[in-house]
Design a protein around this ligand. Structure first.
Ligand SMILES: Cc1cc2nc3c(=O)[nH]c(=O)nc-3n(C[C@H](O)[C@H](O)[C@H](O)COP(=O)(O)OP(=O)(O)OC[C@H]3O[C@@H](n4cnc5c(N)ncnc54)[C@H](O)[C@@H]3O)c2cc1C
Length: 382
């Protein structure tokens, strides 16, 4: 009988894991990949959508294009997980696995932040980014607050990117003189593991008159006022929020979380349940919640599953290292390479913003798209 590998979530982690397994094992194994959505969207594409650079159709990569030997991709909603039994319930039925991988990403929790509404004044969901794309053309200047409601959150540099891209946007519309942009972030600096990156971002903020409020989070939005955890009240005509991130309800209800996330061995991504792994944003590894790190974790899990199936030693380790591209505005992109797991402490190398790095970022997107979904058609996605 074929080994049944069940992967929950076809995002960065799930797509990379299933692709690697398929490449190595073909249809000698039975991989079932489950996702509730009809397509994959890169996190960074939400910024493109919000600022009108791309349409929602252009950024969504339909799962219908995903075809890998040995893998079935099912559109189902996971409603229950019994990790000990490796049994998963969905809206369509029950799946039994020999190996179970949780890759359901991070969900958003606005219940503790009055005034934040999913799909309205946040840009971390596709619907929120699409909604703000419709609001922006009506913006006539005033106070803009890019506000983070809690840490950890996906892609630590994304709020800074939003502030810099918003500056570009208001400048292009001739509203620079009548707009003030403020970024509120619970982190002490824009990219804590890389002081050089933080310094460059803060210099860019200073050149553009963007105010950065570190070590603070948004606790509520009350009409035209944004309230911070230290009691500060900021005037706000337009709020662009990052909602509090947490593991999905179904993962919490399954008793798999501690402190909101799934505890794992950061190097092997094993949970406390035999044969059950967690990769990507929902796992607590000490590595940031970003696609590039989810992908590295997925490759390590895939390599160890392949070794296990071949009766070989399982030696693969999560590298916890990756490159993040940072939109600096004015068509320039910077890159920071951060290694979280191989040294005594995280270490980052900064590559200054340039137009050339935009080509790198586009290649990052197109190479994943080609690897996961096959031949490329239509618009290049960045
Ligand atoms: C604005 C923004 C910018 C970003 N920029 C970058 C960047 O430049 N570089 C980078 O590396 N990362 C970036 N990220 C972060 C990146 O998108 C995530 O870290 C990455 O997608 C995490 O991968 P994952 O596999 O853990 O989860 P996801 O990719 O989120 O995949 C999880 C999947 O699980 C599915 N799912 C969830 N619940 C259920 C359920 N109950 N039933 C069935 N399916 C379910 C979802 O539909 C989803 O497809 C950005 C994120 C945002 C929001």
């Amino acid at each position: 009988m074929k080994t049944r590998i069940l992967i929950l979530g076809a995002g960065f982690g799930g797509l990379e894991l299933s692709t690697t397994l398929s490449e190595a094992m073909g249809d000698s194994i039975e991989v079932t990949l489950i996702d509730k959505s009809d397509g994959f969207v890169f996190g960074f594409s939400k910024l493109d959508l919000m600022f009108g650079r791309k349409s929602e159709t252009a950024i969504r990569h339909p799962y219908a294009a995903y075809a890998k030997p040995g893998v079935r991709l099912l559109r189902e909603v996971v409603t229950g997980i019994d990790a000990a039994a490796k049994q998963v319930t969905t809206d369509k039925g029950v799946h039994q696995a020999d190996i179970l991988v949780l890759a359901l990403g991070a969900d958003y929790d606005v219940s503790g932040t009055p005034g934040i509404t999913l799909g309205v004044n946040e840009f971390y969901s596709v619907s929120g980014a699409a909604h703000l794309a419709g609001v922006l053309p009506g913006f006539k200047g005033g106070d803009v607050v890019v506000g983070v409601c809690g840490a950890p959150y996906k892609c630590p540099p994304a709020p800074a990117e939003c502030a810099l891209m918003m500056h570009d946007y208001v400048k292009a519309r001739g509203l620079e003189g009548v707009t003030r942009i403020t970024l509120v972030n619970p982190l002490p600096s824009p990219v804590p593991p890389s002081p050089d990156t933080s310094k460059a971002i803060l210099a860019a903020f200073s050149e553009r008159g963007i105010t950065f409020i570190p070590n603070s989070r948004v606790t509520s939005v009350e009409g035209k006022v944004v309230v911070l955890d230290n009691g500060t009240r900021l005037p706000c005509d337009l709020f662009m929020g990052v909602p509090k991130n947490r593991a999905a309800d179904v993962v919490v209800a399954a008793g798999l979380t501690e402190g909101g996330w799934v505890p794992v061995d950061p190097y092997t991504l094993r949970t406390k349940f035999e044969g059950v792994y967690a990769v990507g944003d929902l796992a607590n590894t000490g590595v940031p919640k970003a696609g590039v790190y989810a992908e590295g974790a997925a490759r390590a899990v895939a390599a160890n599953i392949i070794s296990q199936l071949r009766g070989e030693e399982q030696t693969a380790r999560n590298p916890g290292a990756g490159s993040c591209y940072i939109e600096f505005g004015a068509n320039r992109i910077a890159r920071v390479d951060v290694d979280f797991l191989s040294g005594p402490k995280p270490f980052g190398t900064y590559h200054g913003a340039s137009e050339a790095l935009r080509i790198d970022k586009e290649a990052f997107g197109t190479s994943r798209r080609a690897r996961w979904f096959g031949a490329l058609t239509g618009e290049i996605d960045g």
